[in-house]
Design a binder for this molecule. Structure first.
Ligand SMILES: [Zn+2]
Length: 77
């Protein structure tokens, strides 16, 4: 399983998160989706993962900030 930080990378074709990969996989090695057999370079897969992570992290970060603001404003009542 390839991970960026704590977010799983999904196959851009089918959404699978398990990939076949060589031992000590490098950025210019190809990894293959376990489900649809889509192949891409690890470097490309990482790019995809970063984009996917942004989509997940941004809404979560917004929620955190909203909660912090709510707490901060409570003190002003
Ligand atoms: Zn796939």
């Amino acid at each position: 399983m390839i991970k960026t930080e704590s977010i799983q990378i999904q196959c851009p074709q089918c959404g699978e998160t398990e990939f076949e990969q060589p031992d000590n996989v490098q950025d210019d090695d190809f990894v293959k989706c376990n489900h649809c057999k889509f192949e891409m370079m690890l470097a490309e897969l990482k790019e995809v993962g970063i984009e996917q992570a942004k989509e997940v992290i941004i809404p979560e970060a917004k929620k955190e900030i909203e909660n912090m603001l709510k707490k901060a404003f409570k003190g002003f009542k």
